[in-house]
Write a protein that binds this ligand. Structure first.
Ligand SMILES: CC(=O)SCCNC(=O)CCNC(=O)[C@H](O)C(C)(C)COP(=O)(O)OP(=O)(O)OC[C@H]1O[C@@H](n2cnc3c(N)ncnc32)[C@H](O)[C@@H]1OP(=O)(O)O
Length: 418
């Protein structure tokens, strides 16, 4: 049973409180409760007054919550302003007393006031965030490829499309990565923006993880020299009993702006001498990888999980910022217990554009804001949610109309963890 503790003060932290706040994050994530000076210094430039909440029991920080500005790509490629939520922790001694609820309510109200269209997060555990109006809007899948079973020609010596792959240095990734990422982001609904800090952390300029090691970086250039893909991967050093190399290459990130780049980079990973296994890392659930192999069963699906969670804060802007393949209209009754985005709306959509307006007409589909958020990027089916009793058809067939409007041919994907 939740025991409220109004005596616990929740407020934005000051910069001098930042190390204590970081320590509390470690405690909440059950990690060693010591923050190396290098980590404090690497994280300090990200400090933003007002966006780092702490709950204090006396001088001790016992709960943390942070949000930052982000863009998430809507269906069709428009970047939408998002309130990205992260570092959510409540110390075990203070759990289940409503601290998360207090921090979340405060932050979402501020995001709404600022004009953010959605809030986003990646959930540590599934049951936490639905109650706040978040719905799982993208999934991630991981494969382990048994290279000798793929059926690929082991004498492959590079792309046969005129392109080339080169191992490069971290500074090349900082040079070419941001532009490539922007290109991929515009083409991939569900992808979130990255800043310079992201590239610095992931190329070793700044250290937030003492266990970080430099990966191999490779770029794919098309025949005209254009950088269309990059991969960061690490390789372990494993030998079998009969003195045979049995290395595993694990992908930390693979970005491809074109199918040619995607095909070439996976092909490359499956051609490295000594590597008998390739672990894909989290990918879009409809990634090309398995079907690139003559024997797709050589790619064993090891994980499928919810990834980016979305919470719509502004229904009109969320629905108008995306594109629609079909033509039609739908009146939605959106229920929002937090009072942030509820109401009745008419969506009119066609390939030429969409309008979403508050209406007093009879609703055709009733759903919670968490379910609309889950549908927004096109990955989930309203018909499926109706079968589960999570959306209610007020007019027979309305869920099929919703699917015809909202669903997409490729699935959304968020390559990042934040
Ligand atoms: C975006 C991110 O940062 S994801 C990381 C989330 N953090 C973690 O997983 C770290 C470990 N866990 C924690 O720090 C805490 O348990 C938190 C942050 C998940 C929850 O904080 P609390 O202050 O205990 O949550 P709070 O008391 O406000 O709970 C509100 C409701 O959610 C429920 N709830 C909270 N956490 C969970 C959970 N992990 N599983 C199921 N239900 C949960 C509570 O039971 C409560 O339900 P009720 O209103 O029906 O009584």
């Amino acid at each position: 049973m939740t025991k409220a503790r109004p005596d616990i003060d929740i407020r934005p932290i000051t910069e001098p409180e930042f190390p204590e706040w970081l320590r509390a994050v470690k405690v909440g994530f059950v990690q060693q409760p010591v923050v190396p000076e290098t980590e404090i210094e690497a994280r300090r430039p990200r400090f933003e007054p007002g966006r780092y909440l702490g709950a204090f029991d006396g001088a001790r920080c016992v709960a943390t919550f942070r949000s930052f500005s982000q863009e998430v790509t809507a269906v069709g490629g428009s970047p939408v302003p998002a309130n990205a939520v992260t570092a959510v922790t409540v110390t075990a001694t203070h759990r289940r007393r409503g601290l998360l609820t207090r921090m979340m309510s405060r932050d979402l109200a501020a995001a709404k006031k600022r004009g953010d269209v959605v809030a986003t997060l990646i959930a540590a555990e599934y049951p936490i965030y639905g109650r706040y109006g978040f719905g799982p809007a993208t999934s991630a899948a991981e494969w382990t490829v048994d290279v000798p079973r793929t059926g690929l020609d082991p004498s492959w010596s590079g792309p046969d499309d005129g392109g080339r792959i080169d191992i490069v240095d971290p500074e090349d990734i900082r040079k070419f990565g941001p532009e490539l990422h922007d290109r991929v982001r515009r083409a991939t609904p569900g992808t979130v923006s990255r800043n310079d800090w992201w590239w610095q952390i992931n190329t070793g300029v700044l250290q937030i993880d003492p266990k970080w090691t430099e990966p191999f970086f490779a770029l794919y250039r098309a025949a005209d020299g254009d950088v269309e893909g990059l991969v960061a991967y690490e390789v372990d050093d494993k030998w079998g009993d009969a003195n045979q190399p049995q290395d595993t290459a694990t992908v930390r990130g693979l970005l491809a702006a074109t199918p040619a780049a995607e095909r070439a980079l996976w092909r490359y990973l499956c051609s490295i001498d000594w590597v008998t296994q390739v672990k894909s890392g989290p990918r879009a659930p409809d990634d090309l990888l398995p079907l690139l192999l003559p024997d797709p069963r050589a790619a064993r699906l090891t994980t499928v999980t919810d990834w980016l969670w979305v919470r719509i804060l502004d229904v009109v802007r969320a629905l108008e910022s995306r594109t629609y393949e079909g033509t039609g209209s739908l009146v939605l009754e959106v229920v929002d217990r937090a009072g942030l985005a509820g109401g009745r709306y008419r969506l009119e959509a066609s390939a030429q554009g969409a309008s979403c307006t508050p209406t007093a007409e009879s609703a055709e589909l009733t759903l919670d804001i968490a379910e609309l958020s889950r549908l927004w990027l096109g990955d989930e089916s309203a018909v499926r949610l109706a079968a589960l009793g999570r959306v209610r058809e007020e007019r027979a067939g309305a869920a099929r109309v919703a699917d015809a409007l909202l669903r997409t041919s490729r699935r959304p994907w968020c390559p990042d963890m934040f």
